[in-house]
Design a binder for this molecule. Structure first.
Ligand SMILES: [Zn+2]
Length: 91
């Protein structure tokens, strides 16, 4: 799979947000995993200011006060073993 992403900058050139623009899926299962929201680009759950350029698996840790999410980078598709790449396409 390959993900094209773009970075939005503040006026002082610090990175404001990184967001996926287009997903090039390697297999049908990867598309379903993104639809089901357990694999995604960056910190894709409960994050409005993503700073992460990796494709991650999300793990939920439920607490009485609310859920916390951990994101673990994956470098290969867990379904078809294709390499996962990300590329910045514009600023
Ligand atoms: Zn795949």
């Amino acid at each position: 799979m390959k993900v094209d992403y773009r970075t939005t900058l503040y006026k002082d050139d610090s990175i404001r947000m990184i967001e996926a623009v287009k997903h090039h899926f390697c297999c049908e299962q990867m598309g379903e995993a993104l639809d089901d929201n357990f694999i995604g680009f960056g910190e894709f759950i409960d994050s409005i200011l993503n700073q992460d350029t990796a494709v991650n698996i999300a793990v939920c840790h439920p607490w009485p006060e609310g859920a916390a999410w951990d994101f673990t980078q994956i470098n290969f598709c867990p379904f078809c073993a294709a390499p996962i790449k990300t590329e910045q396409i514009s600023k």
